[in-house]
Design a protein around this ligand. Structure first.
Ligand code: FHN
Length: 611
């Protein structure tokens, strides 16, 4: 009796797990192409973005005069290493003294490049100039505030670019548009005017000539990470122009979304997913959530989360800040890649040119994991699953699914997958097949007792055909043919429709663009005639739009009735359809929009008529 009860409980848990609420599967493909300043076809864009999309793992390097202070100055501590001049209000006259002592004699670009290679990094992005204006190269347009004026004198960028390229690592650069030191820049660090400001002269006599130096003296630059366009001294037109100028120097360069070019654009569903402005502003070539990972995927978006190795918000070297753990950083990388993004992990070398031992250890630990499991990261695409019934993530490459398991199960792992399995194995022991049992809604992998890796073990499942996930819309038969709003695919370029959360249900809403549409994957068990019902809401002033529901070769045209309010839902029969059993896509499109929006929909229902 006890055994049966346990089995019953297990099945109930599993079915509830399978009743996964499909995330708001919006596809943003084409959105960034729609707003880019690059003059290219979509194919040319995809070719230009290819290395970035395959790389998945890059290194941010914040290095400069501030590294000498390590977050402290005259007994005071700044949270943030590279903003210390601002945060501790250091008088400019005192901060300027740092140029006399910056001497990274222990800098060894060859060693750095080897460490980056061993860490499994595919690109690096170094601060050529941060907000304090100090330049890591000897610039011809700067005679008082660059490496050439320090005791070290030598260019820091060229040897690093050379050594990382030898390791097949792409060389990229960060460049701050704002400049607290330059007298022509209209902004200031501590509200102390640096001189006679003149933005146009700053752009034409300094900023652009420096970009020209960087893009003509250091070979191919994979990507430029612009930063520092806040404060009202830089406008959208400045941003557009600097993107166009940069692309004229090296058309293949990838530009992040921080040029300052503010393209007018509607609010997109993913904007609720990211906690900072840089994440959801569509411009440049990819978006840059900072210290933030979107909770779900953003299909069709190119994006990179930047995060620092320290637990606090410091990007430059900080003597006191605690470090994150290898486990946290590895899970961060896996989570980001499983959602279709890149991780730009930040480090801060010391003023002497050394990489702190704690950072070396973190990078080498990650690198060791990638030696075994890199196939499950590099060149992969986002998980086909909305959620997984175990602690872990999934990435995909061709017909291989990579399950990154965090908590190793006692006996087996159940995957909501309907494909036939060619074979399954541990990535750290690919010669040995794992036994696979096939159920109607999922597969069970019989696992060895011990996890291959204490942080994340990767199981590879090679499948036949395109992945078929057992999602809740395949279990809709259990739900009496009720297809909920959150099970729908919302489509449009861009798509303004989004899923609205009400107290105890969700609704398709904000359907303000008649060119957007929604689709459900429908599975019917019986060939019969169905009443087709929309559980819908619409105000009197917006009612009257014409819509068509298409299922297989059947169509139903109808006029949207009013229900009294956008949150007053009624089950409205829109017609009958004779449908066979099997799987279909139900497509709901609008022909026009008579009011503010077209319709709100809580669910689509197929009610079989009495046989
Ligand atoms: O102000 C900078 C900060 O110092 C750091 O460079 C980060 C990295 O993403 N960007 C700016 C803050 O958003």
């Amino acid at each position: 009796m006890k055994k049966t009860l346990k089995l019953l409980v297990f099945i109930i848990c599993l079915v509830s797990m399978l009743n996964l609420h499909a995330q708001n599967k919006q596809d943003f493909t084409g959105l960034q192409y729609k707003y880019t300043t690059a003059k290219e076809t979509i194919e040319e864009r995809n070719q230009r973005m290819k290395w970035f999309r395959e790389a998945r793992f890059g290194l941010f390097i914040h290095w400069g005069l501030y590294s000498q202070l390590g977050g402290e100055y005259k007994g005071r501590v700044s949270v943030n290493g590279e903003w210390i001049q601002n945060m501790l209000n250091i008088p400019t006259s005192e901060y300027n003294e740092l140029i006399k002592t910056f001497n990274p004699i222990k800098y060894n670009p060859k060693e750095w490049a080897q460490l980056f290679k061993d860490a499994g990094l595919k690109y690096i992005c170094i601060t050529t100039k941060h907000h304090d204006g100090f330049c890591l190269w000897d610039s011809k347009v700067n005679d008082d505030w660059d490496i050439g004026v320090t005791p070290y004198k030598k260019d820091l960028l060229a040897p690093l670019a050379k050594e990382v390229r030898k390791q097949d690592i792409t060389f990229c650069i960060y460049h701050s548009i704002l400049d607290w030191h330059h007298p022509l820049w209209p902004g200031t660090v501590n509200n102390i005017a640096a001189g006679q400001t003149d933005k146009d002269r700053y752009i034409n006599e300094y900023l652009y000539p420096q970009l020209k130096e960087l893009f003509t003296q250091y070979g191919d630059i994979g990507m430029i990470w612009f930063d520092g366009t806040w404060g009202g001294n830089w406008n959208s037109e400045d941003g557009k122009k600097i993107e166009e100028y940069t692309r004229s120097l090296q058309p293949s360069v990838i530009i992040n979304n921080r040029s300052g070019y503010e393209i007018p654009q509607p609010k997109y569903a993913f904007q609720e997913l990211i906690n900072n402005r840089y994440g959801f502003t569509v411009r440049g070539d990819y978006i840059t959530p900072e210290r933030d990972v979107p909770p779900v995927q953003m299909p069709g978006m190119d994006w990179e989360t930047c995060q620092t190795v320290w637990k606090q918000n410091t990007w430059g070297y900080h003597r006191l800040a605690p470090y994150r753990s290898t486990k946290e950083l590895l899970h961060l990388l896996i989570d980001i890649v499983a959602k279709g993004g890149n991780l730009l992990l930040n480090i801060g070398p010391t003023a002497e040119g050394e990489i702190p031992v704690q950072i070396k250890e973190l990078l080498l630990n990650i690198g060791q994991w990638l030696v075994v499991n890199g196939e499950a990261i590099y060149g992969t695409t986002a998980s086909p699953f909305d959620k997984l019934p175990f602690s872990g993530r999934c990435t995909q490459k061709g017909n291989k699914l990579y399950f990154h398991v965090y908590k190793w199960p006692t006996k087996e792992l159940n995957i909501p997958l309907k494909n036939q399995v060619i074979r399954a194995y541990l990535l750290d022991n690919p010669q040995v097949n794992i036994k696979v049992d096939r159920g109607p809604k999922f597969i069970s992998l019989k696992l060895p007792l011990n996890a291959p890796d204490p942080i994340a073990s990767v199981i590879v499942v090679e499948i036949e055909g395109d992945v078929i996930v057992t999602e809740n819309n395949d279990t809709s038969v259990i739900n009496n043919n009720v297809y909920k709003a959150e099970m729908a695919k919302l489509i449009g370029i861009p798509c303004d429709i989004k899923i609205e959360e009400f107290d105890n249900f969700k609704s398709i809403g904000y359907w303000t663009d008649a060119s957007d549409w929604v689709e459900w994957s429908v599975e019917l068990k019986t060939e019969t005639e169905y009443d087709v019902i929309l559980d819908m809401a619409c105000t009197a002033t917006s009612a009257g739009s014409k819509m068509t529901l298409t299922v297989a070769d059947k169509k139903l045209d109808f006029i949207v009735p009013e229900t009294g309010a956008w949150n007053k839902f009624k089950k409205v029969k829109i017609g009958k359809m004779r449908l066979s059993d099997g799987k279909f896509t139900a497509v709901l499109k609008a022909h026009n929009k008579t009011g503010k929006a077209i319709i709100n929909i809580r669910s689509l229902i197929f009610k079989p008529l009495k046989l």
